[in-house]
Design a protein around this ligand. Sequence first.
Ligand code: ARG
Length: 285
Amino acid sequence: MKTFLPLLVLLALCQPALAFWNYCGTCGFRPMASYHGTSRVVGGVSAQPGAWPWIVSIQQAVGAGMGHICGGSLISSQWVLTAAHCFVGTGRTYYVLAGITYFNKPGPEAQLRHVRRILLHRGYDNDTMSNDIALLELDQPVQCGYQVQLACVPDASLHVAELTNCWVSGWGATRARAGDLPLGLQEARVYLIDLNICNSSHWYAGAIHSHNLCAGYPQGRIDTCQGDSGGPLVCQAKNADYFWLVGVTSWGTGCARVRKPGIYTSTQHFYRWILVQMGLYPCLG
Ligand code: ARG
């Protein structure tokens, strides 16, 4: 009996590692958030490593190196959900970096993948920004871990407007004018804003589509910005400890301006489209 006890303790301690390492089964959990405590975003703060484990940086070859262009979210180990407008004028080579927080300090779970296919929504319109959604298929699956997890895409049954703990994250500009890019991932809490208010005359005056979400603050100051596009708008599920990927960062007039909150593509409106693209629709439909 005496020799058994330490073994049991060890096993118990190892549980989280067994549960999370290379396990992509359950979406929306933030294994590092409980560890740290819950703690080109303008007005945000630096995120802790692994705080938003589904976020990826979509990069493009520039000269001999690579440069960040947009954010994205892992929705399966081989698919990234992002914005269509990130890929206008394609023909370039894109890469996906998962498991990173600081570009200059990749960390133990950092993984680089090539993009096998870019699937843009056919209805994407560069002028009206409608259907600003795209999927990237990776050449190889990512390995899940403490800092790499999948985001949960809601179907039409989720009452998104009732969710109150919502967050954006990204490597986009931290100031609208200067356009300075941070080295580390930024995060900010935002509030969902009713579409009728968002579309009213002193706000976006009718430019918002029914498949959009507005999120931010009426007074501005905190918002996503250039370089955050494609990245996640997530909200905590009611009375639960996981998050829903409710939006994909799409656009805004300037950044962090009064009555000009961020505009996001609502993922639940594209649930079917996503499944069809991933080849899952016949199974789950
Ligand atoms: N379109 C921008 C991009 O390509 C994201 C804009 C978000 N803007 C905003 N004000 N929330 O990165």
